[in-house]
Ligand binder design. Structure first.
Ligand code: SF4
Length: 380
């Protein structure tokens, strides 16, 4: 059914200009209420979906989960263990923003059972951080990283964004060097996308020259690949790099279509039942909270997947990973050979240097990772 649990913390210190995530500026008196509601939703969900495997990963995402006190994180972890059972070992990740953590809070998260810290660095250029609307400085990122190491975290990741307003290649190279100086176990690298209905959509309309053009943005991602892999990182997913043994197991679960339960406003769930069932929670905090106040789950957007939905998902999620897709796995799940059904697409995309196909596996090339949307659309 599901073996992964996602807990969404919808609060941030303030809203970053580019952010389209389901988050809102903090109302401090609501943090404790949020924690209680998450506990209540877990209990209702455990009754609704009683037969589950032990959890292999738990992920606190947001928003800014590091706004929660370690005691609140500890309560959520303990209750998830009671309700769903934890596999041994279990990966427990907490997303944190530099500037919201301290030596005490990081030590507390570690003691509560968090095994992995994902720090939203985004850039080491204070000017760019300000442009993005981030509330922290590069110095605070470095300090948070070092405090996390001292607190006992052995798996610490950083997120970086490239293609930022006015950013040149040299500035991006400096960001990569600054990140590498910390020797993180994991790096997630994203290109900035301008999302509708964000302040950035007004500030940077299509075609505006304040943003690096498409070629420069693509070159920045290539540069990240070349610098990080030269330093021993494995580029294991389109946007993710790892030291050996430090892949995000939780996110690998998404790409391998493991079942997961999402708790919190706007969180999404996927159960391995039939070809798969997906749904989302109400994204408005007050609507979500009101439903739980009535002892109801605030679910919406139920979708039962067809065989064709599942087949497309299997391909475009599986191809995100450098390991690619096991051709026998596909045949086992769908009763036909992928390489026979998509012979023409595979031939053309391989000739274009975007795919590589062995008798066992189909995978994106490095160039295919950069142009992944052009590949995925051919399998829909
Ligand atoms: S910290 Fe993250 S989730 Fe919060 S507003 Fe900024 S980008 Fe969005």
């Amino acid at each position: 059914m599901f073996s992964r649990l996602y807990l969404h913390i919808p609060w941030c210190q303030s809203k970053c200009g580019y952010c389209a995530f389901n988050s809102r500026p903090l109302e401090p008196h609501k943090l404790e209420q949020t924690c209680d509601l998450l506990l209540h939703e877990m209990e209702l969900a455990a009754r609704t979906h009683p037969r589950n495997q032990p959890l292999r990963s738990l992920y606190f995402g947001g928003g800014t989960p590091s706004l929660l006190h370690p005691d609140q994180i500890s309560r959520l972890i303990s209750r998830s263990q009671e309700l769903f059972r934890h596999a041994d070992p279990i990966e427990i990740t907490l997303e944190a923003n530099p500037g919201t953590v301290s030596r005490d809070s990081l030590t507390g998260y570690c003691r509560a059972g968090v095994t992995r810290l994902s720090l939203g660095a985004q850039s080491f250029d204070d000017q760019l951080l300000q442009t993005l609307g981030r509330r922290h400085t590069a110095a605070e990122t470095r300090s948070a990283f070092q405090l996390a190491q001292q607190a006992g975290f052995t798996s610490i990741g950083l997120d970086l964004i490239c293609g930022l307003p006015g950013q040149e290649m040299a500035a991006w190279q400096q960001d990569l060097a600054a990140a590498l100086a910390l020797q993180p176990d994991h790096l997630s690298i994203y290109g900035l996308t301008i999302e509708e209905e964000t302040p950035f959509a007004d500030r940077y309309p299509a075609g505006c020259d304040a943003l690096p053009d498409h070629d420069l943005s693509a070159s920045m991602l290539e540069e990240a690949d070349s610098i990080l892999t030269a330093d021993g990182y494995e580029h294991y997913e389109i946007a993710n790099f790892t030291r050996p043994g430090c892949r995000s197991q939780h996110n690998c679960g998404y790409w391998q279509r493991d079942g997961y339960l999402g708790i919190g406003p706007g969180a999404h769930s996927f159960l391995r039942q039939g070809w798969g069932i997906r749904w989302g929670n109400q994204s408005e905090y007050d609507v979500w909270a009101a439903a739980l106040g009535n002892n109801e789950l605030a679910t919406t957007e139920h979708q039962e997947l067809t065989r064709e939905d599942a087949l497309s998902e299997f391909i475009f999620l599986g191809l995100r990973m450098a390991d690619g897709i096991g051709l026998d796995d596909f045949a086992e799940q769908f009763g036909e050979r992928l390489e026979q059904r998509f012979t023409e697409q595979i031939t053309q995309l391989s000739q274009a240097g975007l795919l590589t196909c062995s008798p066992e596996r189909l995978a994106l090339t490095k160039r295919g990772m950069l142009l992944s949307n052009q590949v995925f659309v051919r399998f829909l």
